[in-house]
Design a protein around this ligand. Sequence first.
Ligand code: SF4
Ligand code: SF4
Length: 98
Amino acid sequence: MVMTPTSYYPTTNIKTSSWRTSKPVIDYSKCTRCMICWKYCPDVAIDIDENPKYAAPGERFLKMEAPFIDYDHCKGCGICAKECPFDAIEMVREGEDK
Ligand code: SF4
Ligand code: SF4
């Protein structure tokens, strides 16, 4: 029998968000694309959109890469919201989307 280390499994296929009670929502009108949220997310659940079409706090940010939440893997820990220096991420209870 060949044993396969669990780290070999394609974890992107496993959705790990089922127990989330609240989720982060980015207010792009405040997001300066500093990517601190991306750096701090312990679940690698923040991705980078290379061709963003979101709002921005100023014209110079409009063409910059922007973060977006991978809700299939975000567990709702809230670290990204706590670490965002521009208060651009709000935790919203599941089912109470804005
Ligand atoms: S930390 Fe806040 S301002 Fe920086 S990229 Fe993330 S959401 Fe945007
Ligand atoms: S709430 Fe936690 S798991 Fe979800 S994106 Fe933010 S830091 Fe990552």
